[in-house]
Design a protein around this ligand. Structure first.
Ligand code: SAH
Ligand code: SF4
Length: 364
């Protein structure tokens, strides 16, 4: 059995062609099928372009072929456990995996854009103090079929539901699962995959240097967001334990490998990283890189003992960066009423704790 959905489209095509021709991969199962070339062009689109829920559903194929395909190449599925729709249109999906683990994706509509925020791991080992996924700890890496599967399931449910944009900002650290993320990026972008433009796909990372270099080497123009959250190594260390392994100056240096503009993510935490002096420090990092700074309100579900910055402070921080000539966007928190941030739905289901309405009010 081969998990075709964990292969790149080119490798999946080759595996199918080999099987149809009765080659080694098929161990004879596919032997005898005439016109393998023609068949392959029928089968590959059912993987991602017009994805079949199962081979049985691909009724344009002969019944005998369908059952042989089902035996040789079972199409793994993610089961929708819960979906929640926010008042602002944000939709959250909790998926159950074959081994009973759960991950989540969040769909954020914004004008003509439909951005899907996807997970790369079950949990996360890195323990950033503000993050709900971090609190959960690490369970396992996702397979490429489980990463790209978060898109596939939406398209199986509704043809034409391919998101316009993808961000790796769900659960997990994508660059600690590089091999699977590498393949998933190809599936998302490839014309025989989902055909999403590389510039519409963003990998968010705390800066895992070896795989950051691998990502920088890819020819496609995938976008990078670095989760910075602190302008000095000392404060970053307090918020993000990974600072011990990959130090801020080295991470900033590594960003220069990207021939394209990077985004710096900065979650504003009241009294921690939101002073004007810290904005000045942040500008010193962002300016030479020509980076875009994304300021995000802290989502209160991640850390009970941290508070979001007050709105006037966020605005002052933003103004200060602008005065330094830094391009900056102050994001709204989306989907607060459905806990739509990093790992929160799963944590909530497990802990049965809802983010309280008064916590929402502080950042809205
Ligand atoms: N591990 C990767 C990608 C997943 S986290 C990373 O850290 O970049 C995606 C984004 O959500 C990161 O920028 C992260 O800092 C942010 N995030 C985590 N917890 C948050 C919270 N409580 N409020 C707001 N943003 C949060
Ligand atoms: Fe992991 Fe990212 Fe959460 Fe940090 S912010 S614990 S790296 S998922």
């Amino acid at each position: 059995m081969t998990d075709l959905l964990s292969l790149t489209p080119d490798a999946a095509r080759a595996a199918l062609a080999d099987w149809l021709a009765g080659g080694a991969a098929g161990a004879g199962a596919g032997a005898g099928h005439a016109e393998p070339g023609y068949r392959v062009t029928q089968l590959v689109p059912r993987l991602w372009q017009r994805p079949a829920g199962s081979w049985e559903e691909a009724t344009d194929l002969p019944a005998a072929l369908r059952s042989q395909l089902a035996a040789a190449f079972p199409l793994g599925r993610l089961t929708l456990a819960t979906t929640q729709l926010s008042r602002d249109g944000t939709e959250k999906f909790l998926w159950k995996l074959a081994d009973g683990e759960a991950i989540e994706s969040v769909l954020i509509p914004e004008g003509k854009r439909r951005t899907l925020c996807i997970s790369s791991q079950v949990g996360c080992a890195l323990g950033c103090v503000f993050c709900a996924t971090g609190r959960m700890g690490f369970r396992r890496n996702l397979r490429p079929s489980e990463i790209a599967g978060q898109v596939r399931e939406l398209v199986v449910r509704e043809a034409g539901a391919v998101p316009t944009n993808i961000v790796f900002m769900g659960m997990g650290e994508p660059l600690l699962n590089w091999d699977a993320v590498d393949t998933a990026l190809t599936i998302l972008n490839h014309r025989d995959g989902f055909g999403i433009g590389a510039r519409h796909i963003t990998v968010s990372t705390v800066g895992i240097l070896p795989s950051l270099a691998q990502l920088a080497k890819r020819a496609e123009q995938f976008r990078l967001a670095l989760s910075l959250h602190a302008p000095t190594a000392q404060l970053r260390h307090e918020l993000m334990p990974i600072e011990k392994k990959y130090a801020l100056p080295d991470v900033i240096q590594a960003l220069t490998q990207f021939r394209r503009r990077v985004t710096l993510e900065y979650v504003l935490i009241g009294g921690k990283n939101d002073s004007l002096a810290q904005a000045d420090e942040l500008a010193k990092l962002a300016r030479p890189l020509g980076a875009l700074v994304n300021l995000l309100p802290l989502h209160p579900g991640g850390a009970p003992d941290l508070t979001p910055s007050a709105r006037p402070r966020m605005l002052a921080f933003e103004r200060r960066l602008k005065r330094h000539g830094v391009e900056v966007v102050l994001r709204r928190s989306r989907g607060l009423d459905i806990s739509a941030a990093c790992g929160q739905l799963r944590v909530e289901l497990e802990a049965r704790r809802k983010v309280r309405p008064q916590e929402h009010a502080r950042v809205e």
